[in-house]
Design a protein around this ligand. Structure first.
Ligand code: SAM
Length: 211
C-alpha cells in the first residue's frame, strides 16, 4: 500500500519533507518513517511490556498515530519545528474522529527533545535521525537519569541508525542490542531498525556501570 493511502486510512497527512529555513546544523529535517519500516517494526517487536512510547522529533506524527492505532498505547511526540508541530495537531484532530474507541492518550509537545522531562512511565523511545549525536547524547543522558531514579527496563528504537549514534550507545552507555529488524526491499544499508535495551537488573550488579 502506498504512503498516501496508508495516511488516508489513519485520517492524517504526513507525506513530504521540511527543511529548516535557517539551516539548523544540529536539527535534522522532517521526513516520515516509511510505513513499510513501521510494519516491519510492528510485526517483529510487538511492543510487549511497553507502557508509554515517546517519539523524539515526532514531525507530523506518523509514528505516534501508527503505534497508537495498532497497539492502543499512550504515545507522546516532541517536535521543535512550530509549523510541523501545528500539522501534527491538525492530524490529531482528524485522527481522533477515526479512533474514538482508543482510550490511550496521544499527545504532542512543542519543544526541544533535549528539554523533555522523561516521565517515569515512559519506557520506549523512538528516534528516526532527528538531530546531531551531540543532542542525542543529552537525550540519552536524561533517559538514564530517569531510569536510575525510577528503575525500569527501557527500550530505544532506532530507525536508520547513524554510526555516531551506534558508537555512542555501544561505548558509553549500558544499552545492548536486542534485535535488528530488516526493512523488506531496502537498498540502503542504513534502512533498518535496531532495538537497544537497558534491563532493570543492570542495577542489581556490583559492577561499575558506565553511564
Ligand atoms: C527525520 S524526522 C522524523 C519524524 C518522525 N519521528 C517520523 O519518524 O515519522 C525528524 C524530526 O525531528 C525534528 N527535530 C529536529 N531537532 C529536534 C529537537 N532538538 N527537538 C525536537 N525535535 C527536533 C525535526 O523538525 C523533524 O520533524
Amino acid at each position: 500500500m502506498g504512503e498516501r493511502k496508508h495516511d488516508k486510512l489513519l485520517g492524517i497527512r504526513t507525506v513530504g519533507l521540511r527543511e529548516w529555513k535557517d539551516g539548523h546544523a544540529q536539527y535534522n529535517r522532517y521526513e516520515p518513517t516509511p510505513y513499510k519500516a513501521l510494519d516491519a517494526l510492528a510485526e517483529n517487536y510487538k511492543f510487549r511490556g511497553i507502557n508509554r512510547v515517546v517519539d523524539f522529533g515526532s514531525g507530523r506524527g506518523r509514528v505516534a498515530f501508527y503505534i497508537h492505532n495498532r497497539f492502543q498505547l499512550p504515545v507522546t511526540g516532541i517536535e521543535a519545528n512550530c509549523q510541523t508541530y501545528e500539522e501534527a495537531l491538525e492530524n490529531k484532530a482528524a485522527y481522533r474522529l477515526k479512533a474514538q474507541h482508543i482510550a490511550a492518550p496521544i499527545k504532542f509537545k512543542y519543544g526541544l527533545a533535549q528539554r523533555y522531562k522523561i516521565d517515569k512511565r515512559d519506557n520506549c523511545f523512538y528516534f528516526f535521525n532527528p538531530f546531531s549525536v551531540h543532542i542525542f547524547r543529552k537525550v540519552i543522558h536524561n533517559i538514564l537519569r530517569s531510569v536510575e531514579k525510577y528503575r525500569r527496563t527501557v527500550d530505544l528504537i532506532i530507525y536508520y541508525p547513524l554510526q555516531e549514534y551506534k558508537d555512542f550507545l555501544e561505548t558509553s552507555t549500558p544499552f545492548t542490542i536486542i534485535n535488528k529488524i530488516r526493512v523488506p526491499g531496502a537498498s540502503d544499508k542504513k534502512e533498518k531498525i535496531i532495538i537497544y535495551r537497558l534491563n532493570e537488573e543492570v542495577f542489581d550488579t556490583d559492577e561499575c556501570i558506565n553511564f
